[in-house]
Design a protein around this ligand. Structure first.
Ligand code: IPM
Ligand code: MG
Length: 368
């Protein structure tokens, strides 16, 4: 049988640096675990704009539709700030999410023991934290029509539209309930049903899907603003949180910071199953392209490496190998290795991006 295929879109800023470490990890699994992938690379974001004048070419989009999984680095940078809105690097990312119909964005917020002291919250509040945010990714105010900026009389008006259909809400709710069944069996749904009709519908549909198909799972509801407050007050009350595109964007950055560093967190964006049974899938770190530190060996490759672990688990049914990789990351942190983003007051000296990658490979080697 042919090897499963991976398309790497490293993107901009620190994307290529962290992806170079992921390449080492992929190669290690090929050489040592009989898990070889056919890897190809292409451009997205500013890099694609520089080469083709668009943030994602039709050719790259078509390739992404054909592979078993896409691994993405990060997009964006100051060179592209003044481009027309439709050409900005972020539009490439939004296009690929939308056209692959990756409606369920899984963003785990897990606090590694070795980093509990590094969070801005008290260690007892975050130690052992393991929350999964499921963010709807292909609809809502990110994509709703009408949108735009137009003139009314002598002033400009900016418009975006929050729009959700029943089926869009139902499918992401199912993803959250399915995940909860494999975790602590609890889902909290967040919206603003007190002020938004789309929130009223969200709550109704989640409740209906729950009653009809998932009544064994514990379901609660929260207004998203109160949810943000509860996430900082006592985050361990949550297991799976399901929410819309914009609230999910905000809440996942907030949850990320509970764990100490945005440089630690992976994500999976999943769509409907393909003909081979695997879901359409894209894996990317939650962090951005960090142009201020690019090219200096300061970037933390862990979020991108853990995104590959999610690919092993959710696309390739290799949960044990995913756990092996996650344990290797944990072991390296327990040894005290830290990239620059994880250095606090204590005066340790940081390791570089590639030293971190090499240390993880060494732990993998010890694990077999
Ligand atoms: C994210 C990012 C993106 C988003 C940007 C880069 C378009 O913030 O993945 O969370 O808003 O979805
Ligand atoms: Mg974001």
């Amino acid at each position: 049988m042919a090897n499963p295929s991976l398309l790497i879109l490293a993107g901009d800023g620190i994307g290529p640096e962290v992806m170079a470490e992921v390449r080492k990890v992929i190669d290690w699994f090929g050489a040592n675990r009989n898990l070889a992938f056919d890897v190809s690379e292409d451009l997205i974001g500013g890099a694609a704009y520089d080469a083709h004048g668009v943030p994602l070419s039709d050719e790259t989009m078509a390739r992404a539709q054909e592979v078993d999984a896409v691994l993405l680095g990060a997009v964006g940078g100051p060179d592209y700030d003044n481009l027309d809105f439709s050409l900005k690097p972020e539009r490439g990312l939004l296009r690929i999410r939308k056209e692959m119909d990756l409606y369920a964005n899984l963003r785990p917020a897990q606090c590694f023991d070795a980093l509990a002291d590094f969070s801005s919250l008290k260690p007892e509040v975050v130690g052992g934290l393991d929350v999964m945010i499921v963010r709807e990714l292909t609809s809502g105010v990110y994509f709703g029509e009408p949108r735009g900026i137009h003139k009314e009389g002598n002033e400009r008006v900016g418009i975006n539209t929050q729009r959700y259909t029943e089926s869009e809400i139902a499918r992401v709710a199912r993803s959250a309930f399915e995940l909860a069944r494999r975790r602590d069996n609890r889902v909290c749904s967040m919206e603003k049903a007190n002020v938004m009709e789309s929130g009223v519908l969200w709550r109704e549909v989640v409740t209906e899907v729950h009653a009809a198909e998932y009544s064994d799972v514990e379901l609660s509801h929260m207004y998203a603003d109160a949810g943000a407050m509860q996430l900082t007050r006592w985050p361990k009350q949550f297991d799976v949180i399901v929410t819309d595109n914009l609230f999910g964007d905000l809440l996942s950055d907030l949850a990320a910071m509970l764990t100490g560093s945005l440089g630690m967190l992976p994500s999976a964006s999943l769509g409907a199953p393909m003909a081979n049974g695997r879901p359409k899938a894209l894996y990317e770190p939650v962090h951005g392209s960090a142009p201020d530190i690019m090219g200096q060996g300061k970037a933390n490759p862990i979020a991108c490496i853990l995104s590959f672990a999610m690919a092993l688990r959710y696309s390739f049914d290799q949960g044990d190998e995913a756990t092996r990789l996650e344990k290797a990351v944990e072991a390296v942190l327990a040894d005290g290795l830290r990239t620059a983003d994880l250095i606090g007051e204590e005066g340790r000296s940081p390791v570089s991006t590639s030293e971190m990658g090499d240390a993880i490979i060494a732990k993998l080697a010890e694990s077999v």
